[in-house]
Design a protein around this ligand. Structure first.
Ligand code: FHN
Length: 606
């Protein structure tokens, strides 16, 4: 499938890939800061600036605004959104756009925004107890409403609501009191109430019209100055949806960043500004984003802003495993809550935060300050890694599927193990070295059926063997999407990733950038001629790819199957392998003749 975009460019579908990944330590890259956005800095300075973010791994996203009043309904009806000619559920915060509500009518909702039950300290406490290390809140979303005291526009919480209190100020103070980092989301381009602000698909009310340059100069830039100057230290600035943001328009915001050199900014300002972190939305990149700092933001149900009719909650198991999956790939999880207009978190959110908090209470050392999984193939779950103060290495084995035979196998681990233990229960676990790696002898039942964590402390440095695929009894190889190593070349373009969706075979998707390629390592014992086949799906019949095995190459033309989910097997050609040994099988698009497709399996049939 190509990315399942809903409404705007950054959205995707929720995926929970059971990825076997080539893990890398992605977080200590030696890049210097983009000089466009801020003063240049040395790698050490950059590492120091990113340090808290890299250690945190888990944050709370809060989408809160006037849209919490209609809560997804307009004139008694549940509002729908539209994407590529299809009706999709509208996100709560998009109600004004999706129901094409006039400014005059929408602004009436502000009169009902009176969150008397808002308790900033309680919100921060809930985040803290869930194990979150930072909060990012919408200071202004696309509705253009400033949740803070603004001199740049009177469409703000002080002037338009009966509440008349600055919630950003209250939250900033509570965060400071409780040692929580605070980031602010600001919709710099999309603004449906301040005239001149952008709107995807254009304005629907003539009173929205105006000059975008005037809007940026008189509203957006002054408001960003306000949020960066009036609330103490802001850890992260979260731009969103760069509609019509040219380099010149983006440049208007850059002097403000220069005045706050410690701030971390995301990659959504637009105008070619890269920012510090990449922000996958509603999905977890299958192999993480090697060499970059990244943060997956995700909803708990299907909306960011509160919607009374959205009951499609992810289970605690999914949420905890997502956190683990993301940490095991070197990223952060920014998990969203959409509070009600009263100032309260919906009950299902509170319940889930508590459950995550209980798990973190036992296992958080396997999340905070860890880096990515060093193994490629772990059938039972995920792994994170930490360098301890004394220089030794800890591996945290996050077991999703408890072994039935009481033995957890860690293939490819070549270091000596100093100790093995459960985080949930004191006592040493017995271990045994094997030809494949190590075996850890575990109790009959998992301590926690969601994720049980086993900690291995190594005696020496970390040594890991690359895993290779073995042939079937007949000498053929069947290389599945979930065993592929994915090579994403450009961190700013759409990343190829493993897609695991209900009722669909696991496949490699989002392959729109022809620079990206995939591979498997195979151990060939029986040389000979192999027929190369692939199971794939794509609407387009054109597009070429190269299949490389050792120094042999084969160029194949892709066939269309009607759509991205109609998978069929195609014969791509034959390749001769003359010597036994380990070979890389690589599938590489031909850049000038590329059309995306989904790939389920490649086989080499002898
Ligand atoms: O349009 C917004 C959406 O409402 C929400 O704020 C998400 C969060 O990342 N960002 C945009 C879509 O990419």
């Amino acid at each position: 499938m190509m990315k399942g975009i809903v409404q705007v460019c950054f959205c995707g579908l929720l995926l929970s890939p059971a990825a076997r990944l080539l893990a890398q330590d992605t977080t200590r890259s030696a890049e210097t800061r983009n000089p466009e956005t801020n003063t240049p800095e040395t790698p050490d300075q950059k590492n120091a600036r990113m340090d808290w973010f890299r250690k945190a791994r888990f944050g709370m996203f809060i989408h809160w605004g006037v849209y919490a009043v209609p809560a997804g309904r307009f004139h008694g009806k549940v509002v729908k959104g539209f994407y590529e000619g299809h009706t999709v559920p509208s996100a709560g915060e998009w109600i004004m756009h999706d129901a094409k509500i006039s400014r005059a009518e929408y602004q009436q909702f502000a009169k009902k925004f009176n969150p008397t039950r808002f308790d900033a300290d309680a919100w921060v406490r809930m985040a803290k107890e869930a194990g979150m290390k930072y909060i990012v809140i919408t200071s202004k979303h696309h509705e253009g409403f400033a949740m803070f005291d603004s001199k740049a526009s009177d469409w703000n919480i002080m002037q338009r609501t009966p509440y008349k209190k600055d919630v950003i100020k209250q939250l900033a103070e509570a965060c400071r009191r409780q040692g929580m980092k605070l980031g602010l989301y600001y919709s710099q381009a999309n603004d449906w109430n301040n005239p001149g602000g952008a709107a995807d698909g254009g304005h629907w009310d003539s009173t929205q019209n105006g000059s975008m340059d005037d809007y940026l100069k008189n509203v957006a830039v002054p408001q960003v100055r306000e949020i960066l100057e009036n609330y103490g230290d802001i850890a992260e600035i979260w731009w969103d949806v760069p509609t019509d943001m040219t380099p010149e328009r983006a440049a208007l915001f850059l002097p403000l960043l220069k005045e706050h050199p410690g701030i971390i900014s995301n990659n959504r300002l637009g105008g070619g500004v890269k920012g510090d972190i990449i922000t996958p939305e509603q999905y977890i990149p299958a192999t993480g984003i090697p060499g970059s700092d990244w943060e997956t933001c995700m909803t708990m149900n299907d909306t960011w802003g509160y919607k009374i009719d959205d009951h499609h909650w992810k289970s605690t198991t999914v949420l905890i495993r997502n956190l683990v999956d993301i940490a095991s790939k070197g990223g952060n999880y920014l998990l969203n809550v959409g509070p009600e207009a009263t100032g309260e978190f919906p009950e299902p959110i509170i319940k889930r935060l508590h459950a995550i908090g209980r798990w973190m209470g036992v296992n958080s050392e396997s999340i905070y300050g860890t880096t990515a999984n060093p193994f490629r193939r772990l059938d039972w779950g995920r792994c994170t890694k930490k360098i301890n103060d004394d220089g030794t290495v800890s591996l945290y084995l996050h077991v999703f599927h408890w072994p039935k035979d009481g033995v957890l196998r860690v293939p490819g681990l070549r270091s000596d193990i100093a100790s093995a233990s459960l985080l949930a229960k004191a006592g040493a676990l017995r271990t045994k070295r094997t030809d494949e790696g190590w075996e850890v002898f575990v109790p009959e039942y998992a301590q926690d059926t969601i994720v049980t964590v086993i900690k291995l402390v190594l005696k020496d440095s970390l040594k890991v063997d690359p895993t290779v695929e073995k042939a079937s009894a007949g000498g053929s190889f069947f290389l599945g999407a979930d065993d592929a190593e994915i090579h994403n070349q450009d961190a700013t373009s759409e990343a190829v990733s493993l897609e695991v969706e209900e009722n669909k075979p696991a496949h490699i998707g989002f392959w729109s950038d022809p620079q990206n390629w995939v591979s498997w390592n195979i151990r060939v014992k029986k040389p000979g001629v192999y027929t190369v086949k692939a199971i794939m799906a794509s609407p387009a019949a054109s597009g070429k790819m190269t299949i490389r095995i050792g120094d042999q190459t084969l160029v194949a033309t892709k066939q269309g199957t009607g759509d991205y989910y109609h998978f069929r097997e195609f014969v791509l050609g034959k390749i001769a392998i003359s010597q036994p040994g380990v070979y890389q099988v690589a599938i590489q698009p031909q850049p000038d003749q590329w059309q995306p497709f989904n790939l389920q399996q490649v086989s080499l049939v002898r």
